[in-house]
Design a protein around this ligand. Structure first.
Ligand code: 5GP
Ligand code: MG
Ligand code: MG
Length: 183
């Protein structure tokens, strides 16, 4: 393979495309059971959750609506700034709706604990979280995702929506980057 190909920078694959699809299928089954007959609005958190949202939503054979929010809590690198800002708000009035926030990873939990508080103040019927990945630090924040794909070690991962400086989102697998990428 050409060394300029994006896969070349991954050293350690944590989850393959097949594993991700299988796990999302299991999560979708659970969500489908829980929300059948309800008024489900799935809210994807841009930009990282795009892939999870696309695959999770298509694995659920029930009526649902999708909307998107963009919030920023991270700069361009790998460390949290501690500040959350709305960059793009929902287009949907969520009062009385069953809201399921879809995200790709919970690290410190700062973003989602803030987002849950923000959405809860808009009088929804319910607010829950589905996340593909969760890091151990999240346990110290008041965030309780109802659906979690996997708990992972405290490493910076990319792929399947997860970026490093806006790159690597288009990888099909999830893994860690070679040290040369950071230098
Ligand atoms: P938190 O607010 O939970 O600390 O972080 C939320 C956001 O930080 C995630 O939605 C994601 O954009 C980014 N983030 C946290 N950990 C990772 C990681 O391991 N890899 C990547 N690419 N982004 C991460
Ligand atoms: Mg995210
Ligand atoms: Mg990012």
């Amino acid at each position: 393979m050409d060394s300029s190909h994006v896969e070349h920078d991954l050293v350690n694959i944590l989850f393959t495309e097949a594993q991700i699809q299988q796990r999302l299928g299991e999560m979708a089954l659970q969500i489908t059971e829980d929300y059948e007959g309800r008024d489900l609005l799935v809210v994807g958190v841009l930009r990282g959750a795009v892939m999870v949202m696309a695959d999770l939503a298509r694995a659920m054979p029930i009526h649902l609506e999708m909307d998107w929010m963009a919030v920023s809590s991270y700069g361009s690198g790998t460390k949290s700034s501690g500040v959350v800002r709305i960059l793009k708000d929902l287009d949907t009035d969520i009062s009385g709706r069953d809201v399921l926030i879809v995200d790709e990873i919970i690290d410190t939990g700062l973003t989602l604990s803030w987002l849950v508080n923000n959405l809860s103040s808009r009088s929804p019927a319910s607010v829950e979280i589905a996340t593909l990945l969760r890091k151990p630090e999240a346990l110290s924040m008041p965030v309780e995702p109802k659906y979690v794909g996997w708990d992972i070690p405290n490493e910076f991962v990319v792929g399947y929506g997860l970026d490093y400086r806006e790159r690597y989102r288009n990888l099909r697998d999830i893994g860690t980057l070679a040290p040369h990428v950071y230098s």
